[in-house]
Design a protein around this ligand. Structure first.
Ligand code: PXP
Length: 254
């Protein structure tokens, strides 16, 4: 099979609703509701609903997860750290998808990818446990040959490539840096594919940077949160999703 072959469709869009919960929690009440945001995102054409249950519950809370699981028909992508607490929660909730991420309490957002190479046995055991409860597992990693090689040894069927360095270069107007980061992502996808892994991507993407990532060969899903929720403040959630889907479709048509 040609490792550079594109999937037969544009990448699917996973909408991360964490920041709706961040806004709600700023006032401690129940508004705005991340479940309502998820349902609006689905009406706008989202394919997957993504959320991150953090150890400190700073945005999504356990009760949100229960409500999402009960009321969202689309696949849920549960982002979580590789801890006993989170693995046990996932076993209770049984989402369709899990993305294992690194987590540090002090960080503003997920900084960097999971160091699979350094924690191979722990990640491998987590993947086996989650596969046993029917979850499709992906590993959120840097687009580095060492991490992809390690990911291929865990039993996870997917990786999600961290696009933060590319997105930051685009935001800074650093064209050479953005081209270099895009090349790393392209090479990482090709390596992942050659090692039998499906490739998703995400982090830091906005309406300017999404197209180039969507047009990389073989990207299966994009997971986008902060910029999409921010855009929704101007145009509403349904339209925000339509705008990101259109950016993805335009990139695919190129
Ligand atoms: N993918 C993963 C694994 C993440 O941890 C996050 C942030 O929670 C995202 C995608 C979305 O990133 P952003 O909010 O910057 O679009």
């Amino acid at each position: 099979m040609n490792p550079f072959a594109s999937p037969a469709r544009p990448p699917l869009l996973g909408v991360n609703i964490d920041h709706v919960a961040t806004l709600r929690n700023a006032r401690g009440g129940s508004f705005p509701d991340p479940l309502d945001a998820a349902l609006a995102a689905l009406r706008g054409g989202a394919d997957i609903i993504t959320f991150h249950l953090r150890e400190d519950r700073r945005h999504i809370r356990d009760a949100d997860v229960e409500r999402l699981r009960a009321q969202v028909a689309a696949p849920l992508n549960f982002e979580a750290a590789v801890t006993e607490e989170m693995l046990a929660r996932i076993e209770q909730v049984r989402p369709q998808m899990v993305c294992l991420v690194p987590e540090r309490r002090q960080e503003l957002t997920t900084e960097g990818g999971l160091d699979v190479a350094a924690h191979l046995e722990r990640v491998r055991a987590a993947c086996a446990r989650l596969a046993a409860c029917g979850c499709r597992v992906s590993l959120f990693i840097e687009p580095s040959p060492r991490q992809i090689e390690a990911a291929a040894g865990t039993g996870a069927p997917c990786v999600e490539l961290h696009t933060g360095a590319y997105a930051n270069a685009v935001d800074a107007g650093d064209q050479a840096g953005a081209a270099e980061q895009l090349r790393r992502l392209r090479d990482a996808q090709a390596q992942a594919h050659a090692q039998g892994l499906r490739t998703n991507a995400g982090h830091g993407l906005n309406l300017h940077s999404t197209g180039a990532i969507a047009s990389l060969p073989g990207i299966d899903e994009l997971h986008i949160g902060h910029a999409l929720v921010g855009h929704a403040l101007s145009v509403g959630m349904e339209q925000a999703v339509r705008d990101f889907k259109a950016a993805i479709a335009r990139a695919d048509a190129r």
